[in-house]
Design a protein around this ligand. Sequence first.
Ligand code: M7G
Length: 335
Amino acid sequence: MNKAIVSDEDRLFELKLQGFVFERILLEEPEKCRLTILGSFPDSFLDPSSQPQPDTKTLPAILRIEKTAVPIDISGQIFPGSPGGGFLSYTKCMEHTDIYMWLAGWISETSSREKQPQGDVKINIICPATEVHIRKYSQQNSIIVRETPEIYRQIVEPFISDSPPERTQWVVEILQGLKEQSKILFSAPEFIILPDMKWDLHTVSSLYLIAIVRDESIRSIRDLRVKHIPLLQSIRRTASLIAHDRWDIPRGGLRMYIHYQPSYYHFHVHIVNANYDAGLGMRVGQAHLLDDVISLLQLDEERSGGPEIFERRTLTYGLGEQHGLYAALKAVEVE
Ligand code: M7G
């Protein structure tokens, strides 16, 4: 802050704020970049003129600290050294795979990188971005579509089969041991678990991991069969163990789910702190609880022969108007 423009009134207020005594955290809301704290101020806090006194009486106080929205007018001057001065004073690459890279950025010169190792902001870069990426990240409305097994066979399955292999090049690089290897938390012949690129790698309350199966023939929830139950149970068990051992996350402290439609047709499970609100990706109609998926497959175990549950089910989900399936699925009438 430029001290030259601080008025006496501001300075007095700053002094008063220094009297704050922290007691405990009331609420963590990492998804809103907000923290609510309980503490106290000396009694003199309410006196408009007085300097802080060594009071014996204190007043309970609630503090809500919230990061403000990123200003849109910095769009052309984000990185350090940009003409006219960058919005960020320092950046550090956290990880990069294929066309994806994520960075931690620190805004002020003085913000301590030790105190805030996750950065003041997190920046994801996709370069070169494809038309599909540009459409995915654009503002758009959605409709709810009902995908019957018939619609899957006629429209969705061919769309998935035609999806260019470069889309999942990042998965191949990770599975082949070329990228993100220092971050891998678990590796077995069937699947691996590592931090999702959505996670800042530090904030446990927003923990976000991903389990990627090695079998590329499972492209989505639609390809799951009874024979995959042990694989899914193993992902569930291993994720809980890792979260407990590494971050002391208790039993039941994780929400594990599968997206349909996913962005990438190589089967993976989202593993997220149960108290974290991961936004749109947790919407009903897109996120299928791993537990529910296992349970459905188990119900099917008792049947003998015939198509399996994910071949017979109608799946209902929200689809953005920029999605490659939008036009075809919007045109179909389903009763
Ligand atoms: P999804 O359900 O296919 O799509 O999930 P979504 O992005 O709409 O959720 C793919 C998941 O993989 C997402 O949670 C991504 O953040 C994560 N992810 C994507 N890429 C390209 C990478 C990557 O290169 N590394 C890691 N660790 N995670 C990634």
